[in-house]
Design a protein around this ligand. Structure first.
Ligand code: HEC
Ligand code: HEC
Length: 274
């Protein structure tokens, strides 16, 4: 009986220590400050740049993730996982300078230097300076609204465990990748910015519980008209259902222009993998 009591106490102590350790270690990862330098960024003010910034915000997912800029709750509160709630953009961005916003979008750190999670800086890091400037022009056109969703993102024990094991990846990208201007032939550029979050070029990859096919052979197997249909309507070759890819097209990628879809396919067919 006494032994039972003692081992029971031991297990309780271990559980407390374990929870404390998990909490402490994950809190360090969550709060840790990253020294990512700021760079200069030019933000345009003309109507055409703002319209293009708005289209880029659709393509890169700022709108779909952040509830059209008003904020959103993706996951209901669950004490194990926590809650993912991309905040209202205008409210959050108000305290940011343009250079800090550019760093948040491309390198995944907040004004204060902590890493964000789940926001895909690892693909948006390839955005060129001129496109980031246009996206910031769009951000600055947004205004806080009374119906903004003001829930916060937080992590429960399972959510914290995923952070510690790397299953939930920090967004911070230490090195800058962006070139000054969007290239005239944007095939490779758009593939990096818009597809590399989920797809590898030649290997199968797992993303959020989905199996994602390698892009280069997949795009090569598509007839041009079918590839256009895939990226505008989210319907696969021969009318097949392409699951999560269909959702991401309807939410984000449908805003690609036909000439851009063509450039992406040309790049992927022309030995992108080399
Ligand atoms: C895949 C979903 C996703 C996409 C795409 C995305 N975000 Fe986020 N964003 C989030 C999440 C989740 C958070 C909260 C993350 C955190 O606090 O760790 C966030 C946080 C932010 C913040 C607040 C930062 C702070 O100081 O708390 C701003 C501003 C922001 N995003 C702007 C943008 C813009 C602009 C874009 C498009 C270029 C974008 N986001 C694209 C999910 C996304
Ligand atoms: C957010 C993740 C995500 C992004 C971003 C994404 N894809 Fe996909 N894609 C998927 C998933 C998941 C599948 C597998 C869908 C299935 O069959 O269940 C897929 C499938 C595909 C397929 C194969 C369709 C078929 O016939 O089976 C092609 C081609 C493709 N994607 C092209 C692209 C291109 C081009 C881009 C960028 C412009 C892109 N994807 C961006 C997740 C993504």
């Amino acid at each position: 009986m006494r032994i039972w009591a003692r081992s029971g106490l031991g297990a309780a102590a271990l559980a407390v220590l374990g929870t404390g350790g998990l909490y402490g270690a994950s809190e360090w990862v969550l709060r840790r400050s990253h020294a990512v330098p700021l760079g200069p960024i030019a933000v345009p003010h003309d109507a055409a740049s703002l319209a293009e910034g708005s289209r880029l915000a659709t393509l890169t997912g700022c709108k779909s993730c952040h509830g059209d800029g008003k904020g959103a709750v993706w996951t209901p509160v669950d004490w194990r996982e926590g809650q993912v709630a991309p905040p209202p953009i205008a409210r959050s961005a108000a305290r940011y300078s343009d250079a800090e916003l550019a760093r948040l979008i491309r390198q995944g750190v907040t004004k204060e230097g902590r890493t964000v999670f789940l926001m895909p800086a690892w693909s948006m890091t390839y955005l060129a300076d001129d496109d980031v400037g246009r996206i910031i022009a769009w951000v600055r056109s947004l205004r806080p609204a009374p119906d903004d969703v003001q829930a916060t993102t937080w992590f429960g024990p399972v959510g914290r465990w995923k952070i510690l094991t790397g299953a939930t990846r920090p967004s911070v990208v230490a090195e800058a990748h962006g070139v000054a201007k969007r290239p005239a032939d944007p095939g490779r550029y758009l593939t990096q910015v818009l597809c590399s979050e989920c797809h590898a070029l030649t290997e199968l990859r797992a993303h959020d519980g989905n199996t994602v096919p390698p892009l280069a052979p997949m795009a090569a197997s598509y007839a041009p008209a079918e590839f256009q249909r895939l990226l505008h309507e989210g319907v696969g070759a021969g009318g097949r259902n392409v699951g999560f890819m269909g959702t991401i097209v309807k939410e984000n990628l449908h805003a690609l222009r036909p000439d851009e879809v063509e450039a992406v396919q040309r790049y992927l067919r022309g030995g992108a993998a080399q």
